[in-house]
Design a protein. Structure first.
Length: 144
């Protein structure tokens, strides 16, 4: 599912009616996801360490990852994509939000995230999409 959601971004550009508008959607979505996952999430993890559930309760997880679990990188990445897309395409946004919920729920079931990690990632992701939208609007604003 995660790879499908990223690959589907290309469909906006390939099959979109307005190539310029569709390119902006894709760039905002990718920019939001990169900002959320690789910048904000990593900064938070640098200053705050949270052990993963399988480290606390000593069970064998489906996925091994020993980095800090807060905030969830998957949640921040995919909710940033979903939020950025929903600003332009409500129906696609709903589909991306549903896909994102499935992805993060699987991370809890796998024992690699606490629900609070997911909530933190959702906040980071949606906040990044809003910030990226404001940045794009600032630079694309008509000159006075």
């Amino acid at each position: 599912m995660p790879y499908l959601m990223v690959a589907a971004l290309g469909l906006f550009f390939v099959f979109g009616d307005e190539r310029g508008r569709e390119l902006k959607i894709v760039l905002r979505a990718i920019g939001s996801a990169v900002l959320a996952r690789f910048i904000i999430t990593e900064i938070i993890r640098y200053f705050y360490y949270s052990p993963r559930p399988f480290m606390v309760y000593d069970f064998t997880p489906l996925i091994y990852d020993f980095n800090s679990s807060f905030p969830s990188g998957h949640a921040s990445f995919f909710f940033a994509l979903a939020a950025a897309i929903s600003l332009f395409h409500k129906k696609w946004g709903v589909a991306y939000f549903l896909g994102s919920f499935i992805i993060v729920l699987s991370r809890i079931i796998a024992g690699v995230h606490w629900p609070s990690d997911i909530l933190g990632g959702i906040i980071v992701g949606i906040g990044s999409a809003i910030l990226m939208d404001k940045i794009f609007l600032h630079f694309n604003a008509p000159k006075p």
